[in-house]
Design a protein around this ligand. Sequence first.
Ligand code: C2O
Ligand code: CU
Ligand code: CU
Length: 516
Amino acid sequence: MEFTRRQLTKLGLTAGVGVALPVGALSRPVARLLDASRVASPEVERFETSLPVPPTAEPVRTDETTDYYEITQQEETAEILPGYETTIWGYDGLFPGPTIEAQSGRSVVIEQQNELPVPVSVHLHGGVTPPESDGYPTDLLFPPDFDHDAIPSHHTAGTVDGFSHGTKEYTYPNEQRAATLWYHDHRMDFTGPQVYKGLAGFYIIRDEIEDDLLLPSGEKEIPLLICDRTFREDGELYYPSLDPSLLGEHGVLPVASDGWYGDTILVNGAPWPKLDVSNTKYRFRMLNGSNARVYDLELDPVPSDGSAFVQIGSDGGLLETPLSHDRLRISPAERFDVIIDFSNYSIGTEVTLTNRRGSGKTADIMQFEVTREESDESEITSTLSPPLEFPDPDDAVETRRFNFLAGMEGGMSTINLQSFDPERIDANPKLDTVEIWELDSDPAHPAHLHLVHFKVLSRNGGPPGPYDAGWKDTVFLDGDTIEVVARFGPYRGKYVFHCHNLEHEDMMMMANFEVV
Ligand code: C2O
Ligand code: CU
Ligand code: CU
């Protein structure tokens, strides 16, 4: 593993100083099997499949305080590409999984049952969740008869809640404001391939403040999980795992060491879908569920009048006031809650959601066709939420610096030059105190903190960027240095923070903080 001069400079190390590397950092995956970069998905006609919307999960029972769900993680066959069968791993056998609809202040308990051939761990991304239910990477939920001695010990170290076999109950208090969350797999060293196979779904929290607004709702409020996948010629998903059984050696072929990029764009599990709309406003809860790909979304044609996207919410719920964007950059795991007003187009217009960061097929995402006129009762009010009570940076009792550095040539990915160790605590904020974290990246990393939402204070010494508004839990660092402020709580315990490029995450770009 070698560091460039720029990387060393950023780390405050000058050339000639020896850099201590974690043991194993020098071993790099050996190229084998096939050249992954030559696998190409079957051709699909774009904008033919209609946009699916994931079904809403039904509670198995409810009581005064809580809704109870049961979800089975299982292998299923899905027709993703027309005429092909694809094996997926899904929550209730679905990709995306069923959407959980939660109410702020009302608990949700989910009993997860693992019928897959591998261990799993379920994380609610964006959830303010007690540590035992947060899906710590080594809090493994094994299949019922799985022999966990077969798993290398570093996959099972440092567990917060211990192991489970067959089923595990996760409790989500939902003591947080309305927001678009998502749940996904978080298994130690194997999150990338397991999310890729389909283990991801929406979790939407609602509250009265939001319900009182006149935002587009019902059929005009649509979650969009955007991701990229590559398929083999027989229609099965292709992922460049060193061990495709996901039971032995973890990691990916060198071609994917900086992230695996699929050649087919899926929205809610359908390739380049199409949605017929009326000439009214629609609310889209956009989630980048890709392993590594960053999108720069745009509408084609651009609206004759007004902005393409009016952002009303971020990872952590509504903004105070709407924010207009012509383009929307969305990195893995970020959520943008946006309104698109199709009254800016005449009937019959086909409006393509495009991706300026893509090329060829990945430059297209999906298409809307404005097929009909309709009256529009919805409204985007100039005030969306009471003032957001961000922590005051002057109250910070600690400032910490974390550098996200990708491994060179297929090596480990690191935070502060250390690869993830489940047993090492990298930060120990005190309960209910405010801290400033300075996050620094080389080259590009979506940084994510569990448990807390934060406010971006600055980017490269200047003001926050156009996509930093509101409460965030994931923020894109495009070689940038940013400062964020957060209040650590309301739970004590050990949580992870990490790069949400899932290949980087699986290559150990993750660390622990423990709220004490
Ligand atoms: Cu989206 Cu640590 O997770
Ligand atoms: Cu998370
Ligand atoms: Cu990264």
